[in-house]
Design a protein around this ligand. Structure first.
Ligand SMILES: Nc1ncnc2c1ncn2[C@@H]1O[C@H](COP(=O)(O)OS(=O)(=O)O)[C@@H](OP(=O)(O)O)[C@H]1O
Ligand SMILES: Nc1ncnc2c1ncn2[C@@H]1O[C@H](COP(=O)(O)OP(=O)(O)O)[C@@H](O)[C@H]1O
Length: 183
């Protein structure tokens, strides 16, 4: 297939707690997809918050605004043939549903991946020290600890990252894309 002329885009949204493995899986998946000549963009929550969502905090309202902005950008990319990989917490089911609807409205594939690492494992990994800061009383409103996380009820795939390598997790997402004829 000639990917430059007729590429099929999609949004692949990786939702899950801090330190669940979203960013790691997104990077590995994106690397594999690029090596196969797909057009790929990773819309990382942390990066977007420095620019497109600068000034937004972690209230329900701000998280929703953040997720809708990212959802808009992802849908535009995906509609135009890009595989948009989105490692963003997106803790609220209604925000994720709005993003799904935006994709459905244009007939653009939207794949929801639950990076379903248990909070105890995430807190042990604590890549950015957020769980320690929350425990020390230096931070409140941490997703999964003292702020809500509404798990997806019907994700395309749920990854148990504590029992597998990051490569295996990324391969499981790739397999879903393959099943749906997107790669
Ligand atoms: N209170 C609180 N809760 C959750 N996360 C926090 C918080 N404060 C800062 N951070 C850091 O911000 C990153 C999450 O940003 P997102 O844009 O993915 O979150 S959201 O979808 O708007 O909820 C998240 O990145 P990841 O660890 O990669 O998930 C954190 O590093
Ligand atoms: N199967 C796996 N998938 C993804 N990350 C894993 C896995 N197993 C262990 N890890 C580790 O967990 C950490 C996840 O960090 P990160 O990807 O930054 O999480 P998030 O983006 O969800 O905050 C990394 O240190 C990664 O090496």
């Amino acid at each position: 297939m000639n990917h430059t002329a007729k590429a099929q885009g999609a949004t692949i949204w990786l939702t899950g707690l801090p330190s669940a493995g979203k960013t790691t899986i997104a990077r590995i998946l994106a690397g594999r997809l690029r090596s196969e000549n797909h057009r790929v963009e990773v819309l990382d929550g942390d990066e977007i918050r420095r620019f497109l969502s600068a000034g937004l905090g972690f209230s329900r309202e701000d998280r929703n605004t953040n997720v809708q902005r990212i959802g808009l950008v992802a849908e535009v990319l995906a509609r135009n043939g890009v595989l948009a990989v989105v490692p963003v917490i997106a803790p609220y089911a209604d925000s994720r549903e709005a993003v799904r609807k935006r994709h459905e409205a244009s007939g653009t594939p939207y794949i929801e991946v639950h990076v379903a690492t248990p909070v105890e494992v995430c807190a042990e990994r604590d890549v950015k020290g957020l769980y320690a800061r929350q425990a020390a009383g230096q931070l409140t409103g941490l997703t999964g600890v003292d702020d809500p996380y509404e798990p997806p009820l019907d994700p395309a795939v749920a990854l148990k990252t504590q029992g597998e390598t990051p490569e295996e997790s990324a391969n499981a997402v790739y397999a879903v894309l393959a099943e749906r004829g997107l790669v």
